[in-house]
Design a protein around this ligand. Structure first.
Ligand code: PLP
Length: 490
């Protein structure tokens, strides 16, 4: 809210001198001319007052001769988006809000309302720039260089694995992981259904076929019971998947112990998609460090970012050496360009690795901040716990809450889609959960296994919502989101 409404309210009996002095004093850029009942007649700007003087009125005359015009106003209850649309359409920066009786209850200022809150935005620290500048100073711009080596070393230490290869994206890391596991044409790969398409697309790059596995209620990640059903079915039909991609969603690890036990029993290697779970732990151990390999992402919306990038990790040094080989066009050791295998251009540049090194230094702070955002939501809506359910955090999990995610109960009085639409009107970005892969048109022909009861992923998708979760949101922005949700719910 800008100026107090009363302080900029005038009547036709007010003198021009007084009107000018209010404009001068308040810096509001706008006066509210009301009738004897306090109902808004029109707004006045300094231009309107100037025209009265040019028409021969003196400073001691009143506003009586002010012409009647229709001023732009907004009705109470309109959204922030409505207000901004009207301001844009009319080319104005201030807009009175009137109640049902025509009385002004507020004046909106474009500077204050033209602020979109996004789901998750990049959050730079203090050290990134120095690493990037060092790369410029030494002209180590591309392709590889000391930042890449150091980032790999520092990252591996952070997630508790022996080896890491810095790549151009998380998708590239998953793709190379599958290639290194010899996934090829005709093979099948189990993959969590509730995830982003980038978990599953690389299966198809390799000419293999995804088979999707449902989530469980406890972690929203891959259900051990559904995985077991898939394995049992495969064995009964005489085939085995070549690999299992276990996704750790929204900052939380999957329930690794029972999932790994099944994969060991059937002797199938695990590739962890930890794109969303960097900084999380499972039973105290870093998420992404459990599978034969783990893939991370530094895309712009993730908990730390290199603007775009990824990392493939493993305790098997040979695998990571091969990953580096394939990611740089599979060049055999020879003075000329010699190739016995098909490679890719998947390596991370020395500049971006510099950003990554700086971001890694603030990872723990980012985790704390994201958890604090989640705690603010949880505490604010404690009283409506039967309407809003947060993504559960089992006692074996330390989630980063990369995104704060919830579901709305069927009898919550509002659907997640409606809540999302209303928040968009307040210029607050919320999003649905990932649409499960088995529901995607491109994967519709693929097989899908639940635990035999219901499809948990379908239900989560239908009822779920991701709320703004950026580590760089300030308390005013968080408060704005909380009060918008509160208003919409009540
Ligand atoms: C972001 C993401 C990826 C892909 O990472 P990119 O770096 O964008 O290629 C893969 N899987 C999941 C679950 C993701 O969220």
């Amino acid at each position: 809210m800008m100026e107090n409404v009363a302080s900029v309210t005038v009547t036709r009996g007010t003198s021009l001198r007084e009107a000018l002095s209010i404009l001068d004093r308040t810096g509001a850029g706008l006066l509210l001319l009301v009738d004897t009942n306090g109902v808004l007649e029109r707004t006045l700007t300094d231009g309107d007052l100037r025209r009265l003087i040019l028409a021969g009125n003196s400073l001691d005359d009143t506003l009586q001769p002010t012409p009647q015009i229709h001023s732009h106003v907004l009705s109470e209850g309109s959204s922030r988006r409505d207000a901004l649309d009207l301001m844009n359409e009319k080319g104005i920066n201030h807009l009175p809000v009137i109640d049902a009786n025509g009385k002004v209850v507020a004046i909106l200022d474009r500077k204050e309302i033209d602020q979109q809150i996004l789901l998750s935005t990049p959050h730079m620290g203090d050290a990134e720039r120095a690493y990037v500048e060092e790369a410029f100073r030494t002209n180590w711009i591309a392709p590889l260089g000391p930042n890449v080596d150091a980032f790999e070393r520092e990252f591996a230490a952070k997630v508790g694995v022996k080896h890491a290869a810095a790549l151009s994206s998380g998708t590239a890391a998953i793709h190379l992981g599958l290639r290194l596991l010899d996934v090829g044409a005709g093979d099948r790969v189990f993959c969590s259904t509730l995830t982003f398409a980038a978990s599953a697309n690389p299966i198809v790059y390799q000419g293999a076929e995804p088979v999707f596995i449902d989530s469980d209620d406890m972690s929203w990640n891959m259900s051990p019971a559904a995985l077991e059903r898939a394995f049992d079915t495969a064995r009964a039909e005489g085939w085995m998947p070549k690999a299992v991609i276990i996704v750790n969603l929204y900052g939380q690890s999957a329930d690794m112990d029972p999932l790994l036990a099944l994969c060991e029993k059937f002797d199938v290697p695990v590739l962890e998609d930890a794109a969303e779970s960097l900084g999380a732990t499972y039973k105290g151990r870093p998420s992404g460090s459990f599978g034969r390999m783990g893939a991370y992402s530094f895309n712009g919306n993730k908990i730390i970012t290199t603007s775009g990038g990824g990392m493939l990790v493993s305790n098997d040094g040979k695998l990571i050496e091969r990953a580096r080989f394939f990611s740089t066009q599979a060049r055999d050791p020879a003075p000329h360009y010699e190739h016995t295998e098909i490679g890719y251009n998947y390596r991370m540049s020395n500049i971006l690795a510099g950003v990554g090194r700086g971001q890694l230094m603030v990872l723990d702070e980012r985790v704390k901040a994201r958890r604090a955002v989640f705690a603010a939501y949880r505490d604010a809506f404690h009283d409506v716990a039967e309407r809003i359910t947060w993504m559960p955090e089992p006692d074996w999990s330390y989630s980063t809450h990369w995104l704060t995610v919830c579901t709305l109960a069927p009898d919550a009085g509002i659907t997640s889609a409606e809540l999302m639409r209303r928040l968009a009107g307040e210029m607050i970005e919320a999003r649905p959960l990932w649409k499960p892969m088995h529901l995607q048109p491109v994967f519709r022909h693929c097989r899908y296994f639940t635990d035999g009861t219901e499809s948990v992923a379908d239900r989560l998708f239908a009822q779920g919502l991701c709320l703004p979760s950026g580590s760089n949101m300030n308390t005013a922005q968080i408060e704005r989101i909380l009060s918008a949700i509160r208003n919409i719910l009540h």
